[in-house]
Design a protein around this ligand. Sequence first.
Ligand SMILES: [Zn+2]
Length: 482
Amino acid sequence: MIDPRRILLKLGWIAALVAALVAGFAPAAAQEGESVAPPGSTTIHIVQRDENLFRIALKYGTTVEAIAASNGIADVRVIAVGQRLLIPNAQGSASGVLITHTVAPGDSLSALVARYHTTVDALAGANNLSNPALLTIGQQVYVPQGADPGASPPGATPEAVHVVRPGQNIYRLAVQYGVTVNALVRANHLTWPAPLFFGQTLRIPGVSAPERAVDLPYPLLDAQFQPLPAAQGKTLGIRLVTDGTAQISGAFMGRSLRFATHDSSQHEAVFGIYALAQPGVYPLTLAIDAANGQRTEVALRVQIDSGGYSTEQINLAAEQSNLLDPGLAGAEDEAIARVMGGFTTQRYFDGMMGLPSAGAITSQFGTRRSYNQGALSTFHSGTDFGAGPGTPILAPAAGVVTLTETLSVRGNSTVIDHGWGVYSGFWHQAEIKVKVGDIVTPGQVIGLVGSTGRSTGPHLHWELWVGGAQVDPMQWVQQSFS
Ligand SMILES: [Zn+2]
């Protein structure tokens, strides 16, 4: 005797597979695992990376409980990537296409809602946001794109909008956007001749909205942080644009942010994040002083990720244990930190840095070190190059030599000031080929590799300080901060 319910169940599976296949091949609507099934049938969803049951339920317009019950899931927090889930009563793409977005400065919930045609509720739900006002720069948010059925469909290109600033007129705007004056007048139902007023919002016909929907307090026109998310031991580049002349100061992670300003409205800073800083969310504050005396204070939140550094155990013999005595090296460390903590408004570095040695890298920056089974309280503060004694050391970027000394720990040492609070240190040299005050050019020979000071063999230790913190020099070889 055949149980009719088993046949029904089988038919349901076949219908679900067909539905999944159709959805998989359908253009436009085809997104990972998404499918639309007729009422009463079952949809199969294959769990993707970064998904949880809440997001899957949201995607199909069903509930976590219903999915858990259909799949015999006891703990709703535990699902595996690649796991097949039966989705009962799937409502199709009720909440649109789920995409990820890395929060940048100026991103607000309202800016994201406008850009992705979604709703505040859908955004808050997809990200379990208890306080939707708190977005963090560098945070990855899940955006149910197209969740707002009243907005234009996802994929439709939003039109650019321009907020009129003092001194702007319709002729200048037409030139700026490459459109005709007539098109601007028609698109905005202006009367001719069209006087514009400060703060007026104009649609720019035929010009799509910029990639980023920024929502920044005036007089800030743009803010960019690179790279995001920021991480331990890395440099964070900050570029701000103000409407007109302004002075900017700021603070982050207990230190001041120093900006270099050019063309009176472009402000740039580079900030070194301590390699041993706890990953988490840190407030970043800016004070913008406009030429008219108006001060605007901006409070941002920035996420710091782990730098992913490895750890190593170093065992020192009894006769080497004086290396662990902090008092011995302390005075030298303090003197170096003072030199490296300066700030020169002139920028000497330009584009990516070069390598200071042709030798192979023998030790990376950031490796956590524990001595004789102690705590992982120190880290490798630079990049080591294994090179033969007497091989040349090259300036990785232009700068001014600010220190040449023979130190007990670092041996023959040279420090170059690259400007904007960026300093290079070169330790353990056999010979120093420059003197204080010299202006060096990129690639210039500044010394020879050696093994002076506390060193176990010839190598170059290249150290980079940014805003008073030691950072990974190799980031500067791969990324330009100018
Ligand atoms: Zn080293």
